[in-house]
Ligand binder design. Structure first.
Ligand SMILES: Cc1cc2nc3c(=O)[nH]c(=O)nc-3n(C[C@H](O)[C@H](O)[C@H](O)COP(=O)(O)OP(=O)(O)OC[C@H]3O[C@@H](n4cnc5c(N)ncnc54)[C@H](O)[C@@H]3O)c2cc1C
Length: 449
């Protein structure tokens, strides 16, 4: 049966909004995509957001659905595992997975967003309007107010279905909560982050192993770096807001120099502009947004960070947001484009998954900054890989379930909990993987999972 397609208004042409706009345009919808930034988006609002991102299976699947993966591929650098940099200067490589395809990819946020927006601009059914900031929404009248960022003038505009893809500080979310009496909670960590840089070496070479995500784990805090195509690395310091050391305690040039010399000497040696970068670059906050509801009848829906911003330690915020678009796309098929039903089902099925990845992302901060240095962690990881080799249908390490598979995040969380107790039991009282009783281990997995 032919369906009368709604006119769709998306607020925010970031990663989520531009991908969603493209997909809905491909489905035959007329889409207005409203973005407050300028079209050539090298502006101040981008600074402070991560410069590069880790793209993994869920995000790649979504890019394939809109047929853009071939254009994204040249922007990617594979990262096959973590390169750990210990305090004594030793390094250790720890692979993320055990199959050739089990890698994640470093990609520039700006390049990826620019590609998606360019495709949206080119799409015949997508009308991208820049420098338009949504300032208020009247759901009863189905109208929103847009402020022209250049002139400061406001104008009203009607909408049929409004989709909020306007990120963690979403205006659409705030209006939806007001209208429905819903609840939105933003939980901020006691830690902030700051981006720094390791420039490229001679002739654009990479000064650290290129195909790895580098971590300098230091217990309460850490430094990480991801490679860029131009040979540089984007470095991120995650550190408590207060105490010693903290962003508060690193208040002057001398303390920053001393802290890096003492704590991260190998990275410091590669960062000639450390002090300038430290004081010029903004300090970012790290938070989780949980809200309910995500929709209003067939009039409004939230997607991506607007619905469920998470901390970046599992590298899943964008991947989860891209997966939102795929899930929504599937529901439009299942429910014959009946948006009232689609919105209900989307919220119902996706919310537990968003809550699950939010939890795993927070847990992964402790893993990255501290647990990775514990020999027991390496032992359990090795046992997990061996169980996956022996029982691939039953046992997949939690990190792999999240990064390399497309099972719901909530299932990965649930199975991961059971696997954690199994690994704790198997690793208890032994120092080496050679001491594992594999018959007992396999029996345990078969009976519990
Ligand atoms: C330090 C850091 C590292 C990260 N690393 C990763 C990673 O490795 N992998 C990963 O998957 N995710 C990562 N993320 C998360 C990822 O950045 C987000 O999940 C992703 O950007 C969400 O996309 P979005 O389009 O929903 O929101 P945003 O990217 O925030 O885009 C929102 C868009 O809406 C526009 N907008 C906002 N308000 C309005 C308004 N009122 N009117 C009009 N337009 C508006 C904005 O200008 C913007 O273009 C990281 C995040 C941080 C902070």
């Amino acid at each position: 049966m032919a369906v009368d397609k709604k006119q769709i208004t998306i607020v925010g042409a970031g990663l989520t909004g531009s991908l969603l706009g493209l997909r809905l345009g491909q489905r035959g919808y007329k889409v207005d995509l409203l973005e407050r930034r300028r079209q050539t988006s090298e502006n101040a609002e981008d600074s402070g957001r991560s410069i590069n991102l880790a793209l993994s299976r869920r995000g790649i699947d979504a890019l394939k659905v809109v047929g853009i993966m071939e254009d994204v591929a040249p922007l990617l650098i594979p990262m096959k595992g973590r390169m750990l940099h210990f305090e004594n200067g030793d390094k250790e490589f720890s692979p993320y997975g055990q199959r050739a395809e089990e890698v994640i990819y470093s990609v520039s946020r700006r390049d990826l967003n620019r590609l998606l927006v360019t495709r949206a601009v080119e799409a015949p059914d997508v009308n991208v309007v820049f420098e338009q900031k949504c300032t208020s929404i009247d759901f009863d009248a189905s109208r929103l107010t847009l402020e022209d960022v250049g002139s400061g003038e406001s104008q009203d505009r009607s909408f049929e279905l409004l989709i909020g893809c306007d990120g963690a500080g979403s205006k659409v979310r705030r209006a939806l909560m007001e209208k429905t009496g819903g609840i939105s909670i933003s939980d901020f960590l006691d830690h902030d982050y700051k981006e720094l840089e390791i420039p490229s070496g001679e002739a654009g070479t990479w000064q650290l192993e290129k195909e790895a995500l580098h971590i300098w784990p230091r217990g309460e805090f850490m430094l990480i770096s991801l490679p860029n195509l131009d040979g540089s690395f984007t470095v991120t310091l995650f550190l408590p807001k207060m105490g010693t050391p903290s962003f508060e305690s690193l208040a002057d040039k001398v303390s920053v120099e001393a802290f890096f010399e003492k704590t991260f000497p190998t990275a410091r040696a590669l960062m000639p502009d450390l002090v300038d970068d430290f004081f010029c670059n903004p300090t970012g906050r790290l938070g989780t947004v949980r809200c309910q509801p995500w929709h209003l009848e067939d009039k409004c829906l939230l997607l991506g960070d607007a619905a469920h911003a998470i901390v970046p330690f599992h590298g899943q915020g964008m991947n989860c947001a891209f997966e939102d678009c795929v899930v929504l796309d599937g529901l439009l098929d299942t429910h014959n484009e009946d948006w009232a039903a689609v919105n209900v089902q989307f919220s119902k099925h996706r919310k537990p998954d968003a809550d699950a990845i939010a939890q795993m992302a927070i847990e992964n901060y402790t893993t990255m900054r501290s647990t990775v240095t514990d020999p027991k962690y390496s032992l359990k990881k090795a046992i997990g890989f061996e169980l996956e080799r022996r029982l691939p249908e039953l046992f997949i390490p939690r990190y792999s379930m999240v990064m390399f598979h497309d099972m719901p995040y909530s299932e990965a969380l649930e199975k991961g909990e059971i696997q954690r107790t199994i690994l704790n039991r198997l690793a208890d009282g032994i120092q080496s993987i050679d001491s594992v009783d594999w018959e007992q281990a396999e029996a345990m997995v078969k009976s519990r999972i």
